[in-house]
Design a protein around this ligand. Structure first.
Ligand code: AKG
Length: 212
């Protein structure tokens, strides 16, 4: 058994199934309005049979480690990342279908559609991302959307109003979709906290051009 099939068997023994991108909208999708014109859409089980997609992303994406300045030191960011810009071929055809499905579904609210795909690899529960909004680029001043496909181990994604207030917790499971919209990137912050005893997770964030 190679490395890939051994972790797959451990994590997803009982999952399996044909890969499919399930429909958006209808009763399967719920919008939750937040303050200041922000909102979140949730579509549990958007991608079905996603084991092979997850395995391919873990194995084939050219993951890189980033470092951040913390006071006087450069420290490793606790997750691996890879960004596919609008010209890059995505690492799995299911991601093209997913991105096109999002663009079609949100056409009225986001006529320009989704263009880029940021991928993050949380190798285990020690990997995380701190509170932030995607405010580099247009998200700093304009309403926009960021759609997150979560694959692998369930992890909480937390949201809190910028400037204070209690946080909301969305536990994202294998194949789930969460879309942040309206003013969410500039009036709210999100984070994926460290979580003990969990396996690998990959998130794919689809964004319009000019939003990071
Ligand atoms: O992994 C996630 O679900 C969130 C990723 C994220 O917020 C980011 O990379 O900006």
């Amino acid at each position: 058994m190679d490395a890939r099939s051994s972790w797959q068997a451990t994590l997803f023994e009982e999952v399996g199934g044909e890969a499919c991108v399930n429909p958006l909208g209808g009763n399967a999708m719920r919008r939750r309005g937040l303050t200041n014109g922000a909102w979140v859409d949730l579509r549990p089980g958007w991608i079905g049979g996603a084991d092979e997609l997850l395995a391919t992303l873990i194995d084939d994406v050219p993951w890189r480690a980033e470092k951040r300045q913390m006071y006087d030191r450069m420290l490793p960011v606790p997750r691996l990342v890879c960004t596919y810009d609008e010209t890059a071929a995505l690492p799995h055809p299911l991601l093209d279908t997913a991105r096109d499905g999002l663009t079609a579904h949100y056409r009225a609210e986001l006529p320009e559609g989704f263009a880029t795909a940021g991928c993050c690899y949380y190798r285990d529960g020690a990997d995380s991302v701190a509170w932030h909004g995607d405010t580099i680029g247009r998200g700093r001043t304009q309403d926009t959307m960021v759609a997150i496909l979560s694959l692998g181990a369930p992890r909480p994604l937390l949201l809190r109003p910028r400037g204070g207030g209690s946080s909301l917790k969305f536990v994202l499971g294998h194949g789930d979709l969460l879309v942040m919209g309206g003013s969410c990137q500039r009036t709210w912050e999100h984070a994926v906290p460290k979580t003990s005893g969990v396996g690998p997770r990959v998130s794919v964030q689809f964004r319009p051009l000019g939003v990071w």
